[in-house]
Design a binder for this molecule. Structure first.
Ligand SMILES: Nc1nc2c(ncn2[C@@H]2O[C@H](COP(=O)(O)OP(=O)(O)OP(=O)(O)O)[C@@H](O)[C@H]2O)c(=O)[nH]1
Ligand SMILES: [Mg+2]
Length: 260
């Protein structure tokens, strides 16, 4: 519990056998539950997880088909909802989120100043030292585009995956219309802007260590900008625009609302 709020930490994982135990064992002891969504990993992610000793209860949900980082987070959100949590936090399985930042991320929500809190690595002092230059430039450009197209003109670090959201808000948005792959954070921002969700931005420490990134140049330069621009088109012309996007793998064969 954090200030009388039940907290779930959702951990989307795809082939993270090397770092996932460190992540689940590093969550603060006042977290109520860790919800790991294994997104059809082909390595020993689940095996190493079974030997982990997190400081709170942990449930694991496995996707039999890979749904993408967004698809994994959406499944985690649905479990946080059905398991009665008040706030769902997202921490990646590659140890790029600092658990010490978590109370600061939750503060604006438990003070009822925000419905969604988003980490902001670009506001962190020393970010230029910590974040590789191509990442810094990429995140800066994508954040600028997101300010223009995704409904929050002051969002500073749109790609940051370290977030906290109230399950009350999750209940109000159509999770099936959020783009499930890279670009998920931008598509989610757009969905939240449609229901006028209150956004808080909290400086968080950027961590770039020995994790292996799954982002290709094509994804960073083409797919994510396409997702962002299509959010803008949806604001102008309505929801059909998103369907113009090239589908990610497996999109076509999953029925709406079903957990992969
Ligand atoms: N790459 C990838 N990651 C996934 C997928 N499903 C879940 N994830 C998890 O989503 C989280 C974020 O993925 P990353 O590839 O690290 O993306 P990122 O952190 O935004 O980008 P980097 O800063 O390059 O690491 C990690 O915990 C992944 O294990 C998937 O289909 N592909
Ligand atoms: Mg990462």
């Amino acid at each position: 519990m954090f200030r009388k709020h039940r907290i779930a930490v959702v951990v989307p994982a795809h082939n993270e056998a090397r770092l996932i135990v460190r992540v689940v064992e590093s969550v603060p002891s006042w977290v109520d539950e860790v919800i790991v969504v294994d997104d059809a990993s082909t390595d020993a992610t689940l095996q190493v997880l079974s030997a982990a000793a997190p400081p709170c209860s942990m449930v694991t949900h496995r996707h039999t088909t890979n749904a993408g980082v967004g698809g994994a987070i959406i499944s985690g959100y649905r479990l946080a909802l059905t398991r009665g949590h008040d706030i769902a936090v997202v921490m990646a399985a590659d140890a790029q989120m600092d658990p010490a930042d978590l109370p600061f991320l939750l503060e604006p929500i438990v003070r009822n100043q925000a419905d969604y809190a988003k980490g902001d690595r670009l506001a962190w002092p020393g970010v230029r030292r910590e974040m590789p230059l191509p990442r810094y430039l990429g995140n800066t450009v994508l954040s600028f585009l997101s300010r223009v197209f995704c409904g929050y003109p002051r969002v500073r670090d749109s790609q940051c995956g370290y977030t906290a959201i109230t399950t009350q808000l999750l209940d109000r948005i159509d999770l099936d219309s959020v783009y499930p792959r890279y670009g998920f954070p931008n598509s989610l921002l757009f969905e939240l802007s449609r229901c006028k969700a209150r956004l808080a931005q909290v400086p968080v420490r950027p961590i770039y260590g020995d994790e292996i990134s799954g982002i290709s140049l094509f994804t960073a330069l083409v797919r994510v900008p396409l997702v962002i621009v299509s959010c803008g088109l949806r604001r102008l012309f309505g929801s059909g625009a998103l369907r113009a996007l090239p589908p990610g793998r497996d999109d076509k064969d999953r029925t709406a609302g079903e957990l992969p």
